[in-house]
Every structure is written in structure tokens, then in C-alpha cells.
Design a protein around this ligand. Structure first.
Ligand code: S3P
Length: 183
């Protein structure tokens, strides 16, 4: 029986550093990195902001879920999801079948600072940034809290976050048996 390694999935609210951390973890472990938002933008040849404007959020969520299903067959890669991916449809249960999931978190004022100059995030437009963050966080708090392996990035360097993820991932490999492709 060949044993494949589970994926590392990095999720969390906008501005928690999913893409930056994902790239670092992938680089340190020599794994391939995928960013769901980037995949969607490349395939649709327009930005996430334009997708929301032209087709609406429901269409975007359906597109995300299709990508999630495509990734069922992938093993041993690092994935950064969009900030809402795992909160919609059955994306969490689909991805958790072959992945260890990490949820990055950060304090509100740190999120606001990191997101201050971000103009490509449709869910943060139309109102004061701190209010949009507060409102979305309140809506989603209970859902994010259910996700496994929370890591507060507020006072950690990029290398520290990446090391934590790698340490937890390695522990999982030792304690759990991942026979992702039992054949
Ligand atoms: C979203 C987060 C965004 C992007 C889209 C929706 C969300 O990703 O997927 O704008 O629902 O939180 P980032 O967290 O990478 O900005």
C-alpha cells in the first residue's frame, strides 16, 4: 500500500497572512503551493472583485466549491484558501478528508492595519474598514472557532508561523495514519 501525505490547508479571515504563510511553508517543505483565489482569477481571467461585481457572491462561492472538489484528488500540497472558503457549502468536510487544516487568526487592530491598503477585497468595500472587519468577524466568529489548529499570528514572525504549522503537521503524520490513496 502506497501512503500519500495529507495536504496542508491554510485558512482564516482576510489579512491573517494565508498566502504569505502558505508560500513559506511550501518552500520550507519542498511542496507545491496553490492559492484558491489566484486559481479562480487565472481561470476566469478577471479579478475576484470583478467576479463579485459581475456575477455576485453566490456564483463566487459555487466556483470556490468546484475548485475544492478538484482538490480531493491532490495530496502532499500546500493550499491557501480564500477567507470564506471553508465557511460555505461542504468545503470543510471535503477538504478535511485529505488535508490538515490550519486556521490563522489575528487581533482586529492588526487586521485593520494589514488590510488598510487593500482594494481588491469586495467584502471590505462600502463603509469604514474597521466596521466592515468588525461586522464580518462577528458574523463568522463562531464558524472560524470550529476550525482546527488555530494559530494567532498577531505577535509572530512569518518564520514562526510557518514553523508552528510544520511542527503540528509533522505531529499529525506521526500520530495519525493517512492512507490517502488506499489502493
Ligand atoms: C473572502 C476572502 C478573499 C476572497 C474573497 C472572499 C471572504 O480572500 O476569497 O474576496 O469571504 O473572506 P482573502 O482572504 O485571501 O482576501
Amino acid at each position: 500500500m502506497r501512503q500519500s501525505l495529507p495536504n496542508i490547508v491554510i485558512t482564516g479571515f482576510m489579512g491573517t497572512g494565508k498566502t504569505t504563510v502558505g508560500k513559506k511553508v511550501a518552500q520550507l517543505l519542498g511542496k507545491t503551493f496553490y492559492d484558491f483565489d489566484q486559481i479562480i482569477e487565472e481561470r476566469m481571467k478577471i479579478s475576484i472583485k470583478e467576479i463579485f461585481e459581475k456575477y455576485g457572491e453566490i456564483f463566487f462561492r459555487d466556483t470556490e466549491s468546484k475548485i475544492v472538489i478538484e482538490f480531493v484528488s491532490k495530496t502532499d500540497v500546500v493550499i491557501a484558501t480564500g477567507g470564506g472558503t471553508l465557511l460555505f457549502n461542504n468545503n470543510y468536510s471535503v477538504l478535511s478528508e485529505n488535508s490538515i487544516i490550519f486556521c490563522l487568526i489575528a487581533q482586529k487592530d492588526i487586521l485593520r492595519k494589514r488590510l488598510e491598503n487593500s482594494f481588491g477585497r469586495p467584502l471590505l468595500s462600502g463603509g469604514a474598514l474597521s466596521e466592515r472587519i468588525e461586522c464580518l468577524l462577528n458574523e463568522r466568529k463562531a464558524l472560524y472557532q470550529k476550525l482546527p489548529n488555530p494559530i494567532d499570528t498577531s505577535n509572530l514572525s512569518l518564520s514562526e508561523v510557518a514553523s508552528k504549522i510544520i511542527e503540528i503537521y509533522n505531529q499529525h503524520l506521526v500520530t495519525k495514519k493517512f492512507n490517502v490513496d488506499k489502493k
